[in-house]
Write a new protein. Structure first.
Length: 292
């Protein structure tokens, strides 16, 4: 009799559980089931990807960007429930920009990727696959939308965008997250009235080359501005995805520009993870765009 009652209770629980979770992933209690994000931060990380659209990009470069920061392989290199947010640098000032996407990746159910991806006892692997595939498709749609139109910009607010992200409380990039990473996809050619690497690096010259960061700071007329607005990168991983811009027929500029930025970020205590340099250069593209 006792065994019959116990069996009935177990079956009832399983039926209720199956009904409740048949079409939904069994997400942790701290996760919002609408967006799969831990809105309180907690143990889940946040990755912010900054996309610079102020340089001319051909199809090869657009595909390169897709592989680096929009692909399934990119998303799966992070743990489930990691938050991904995208921010653009284009013809608008940083304060007029809004975060795009800002979603967290659900589990895939495939334990071959990572043991954290494995479906639990109460989860259906197919359901997890459907949710994760929806996330991957939304990332792909965002990539297509971002690169569907091209807008000319007189300025390139690279530094200002980085500073604004850290100043804006809506960025959700505080230390409450166990892991934070900033990825900058750009040609790195900062250009505003106040802070211009075109001037500092003599980019229009046949002898174009950027100064070292120390020399740059010594010669900077508005040093107080940079020091006052620069973010503190302590505890934050940083990766540069370097896009060849139209000036980079000058090898010395190409190398010195990257080193200038890398030294700046190190000076601000960022944990520099390295620079990925795009190597697929279209010669016809450079032939017609070899002047700054």
């Amino acid at each position: 009799m006792k065994n019959t009652i116990l069996t009935s209770v177990i079956l009832a629980i399983l039926l209720l559980t199956t009904k409740s979770f048949a079409s939904l992933p069994n997400i942790p209690k701290e996760i919002d089931q609408n967006n799969f994000c831990d809105n309180k931060g907690g143990k889940h990380g946040h990755v912010i990807i900054v996309i610079d659209l102020t340089t001319k990009l051909d199809n090869a470069r657009i595909e390169f960007v897709k592989n680096q920061v929009f692909s399934e392989e990119f998303y799966l290199s992070y743990d489930p429930f990691t938050k991904f947010s995208y921010f653009l640098i284009d013809n608008n000032e940083p304060t007029k920009q809004k975060f795009l996407f800002s979603k967290c990746r659900p589990k895939t159910g495939n334990k071959n990727f990572n043991k954290l991806e494995k479906a639990s006892f109460f989860e259906n692997k197919k359901v997890l696959e459907n949710y994760s595939n929806r996330f991957f498709n939304e990332g792909n749609d965002l990539h297509n939308k971002i690169f569907s139109s091209k807008k000319h910009s007189k300025y390139s607010y690279i530094y200002e965008t980085i500073a604004y992200i850290f100043q804006n409380p809506k960025s959700d990039f505080g230390s409450k997250h166990s892991k934070r990473e900033l990825i900058i996809v750009s040609d790195l050619m900062q250009n505003t009235e106040r802070l211009s690497f075109y001037r500092a690096c003599n980019a229009n010259s046949s002898n174009a080359k950027c100064p070292t960061f120390d020399i740059f700071m010594q010669n900077l007329s508005d040093k107080d501005y940079l020091l006052a607005t620069s973010p503190n990168g302590e505890g934050i991983d940083l990766k540069l995805v370097y896009l060849n811009n139209r000036c980079e027929t000058h090898k010395s500029l190409d190398k010195s520009l990257k080193v200038l930025w890398e030294d700046y970020f190190v000076s601000r205590n960022f944990n520099l993870q390295g620079t990925i340099h795009q190597t697929d250069i279209n010669n016809e593209y450079l032939k017609h765009n070899d002047k700054c």
